[in-house]
Write a protein that binds this ligand. Structure first.
Ligand code: ADP
Length: 205
């Protein structure tokens, strides 16, 4: 449910001056009490405001579930994406492990000489890389990474809920965010389970 501008104004007044009577709110808006009645009813019914006889309206501090749902639905990837950590595809497995520790990330993205995304390297990919007979100081990450066309990507203007669904469906920890305007797949961000957990915490606070 979207609030109209008058309802928004009422909410602001009650947040600042509540508990406040309907007549006082009407006074501040230079309107009659009768004009405000439907707006006050909507705000009370939807849970934003509560009213006590002889005391007036006060702000409940609660966000109705619908408001919260709408907020979540409108969050875009670009609102929460973090910086990607990229390496060249010929980087050694050893160097990639060092990079992962230094940058404190769980996933690295591999690019070719044109900066085009060519691979994703997770912690378990690197573990696997160290378990075989590879000389990890020489063997490049390209032998263990997940490659195109198997990489799940998203764009900055995608809904965050879409990216979150992809993380669950594909059972992965992160998704590279790609610049939609470039003719190559240039990685400009990443969406991780941590990003999404932060959003969840922020919404609840
Ligand atoms: P880990 O393997 O450390 O648990 P993930 O669950 O992210 O981390 O990775 C699981 C597998 O999926 C790995 O082989 C990794 O290369 C691959 N992977 C990770 N992210 C993506 C992605 N965005 N698109 C495609 N494959 C991915």
């Amino acid at each position: 449910m979207e609030l109209n501008s008058r309802q928004e104004k009422i909410l602001k007044i009650v947040k600042q001056h509540g508990p406040i009577t309907g007549s006082k709110i009407a006074e501040q808006l230079s309107l009659t009490r009768a004009t405000l009645r439907p707006d006050l009813a909507i705000l009370t019914m939807s849970g934003y405001l509560d009213a006590r006889p002889r005391v007036g309206y006060f702000y409940t501090g609660k966000e109705p579930a619908e408001v919260l749902t709408n907020k979540i639905r409108n969050i875009l990837v670009r609102d929460v994406q973090s910086l990607p950590i990229v390496i060249k595809e010929d980087t050694s497995i050893y160097e990639a492990i060092v990079k992962m520790f230094l940058e404190d990330v769980g996933t690295l993205y591999a690019i070719d000489e044109d900066k085009d995304l060519v691979g994703v390297i997770s912690r378990k990919d690197l573990l696997k890389g160290t378990m075989g007979k590879n000389d990890i100081e020489r063997a490049p990450v390209s032998i263990i990474m997940t490659r195109r066309p198997h990489i799940t990507t998203c764009y900055p203007n995608d809904l965050l809920i879409y990216a979150a669904n992809q993380l669950i469906e594909k059972q992965i920890d992160s998704i590279p965010v790609i610049d939609k305007d470039a003719d190559k797949d240039i990685v400009i961000g990443r969406i991780t389970k941590t990003n999404i957990t932060k959003v969840f915490v922020n919404l609840m606070e």
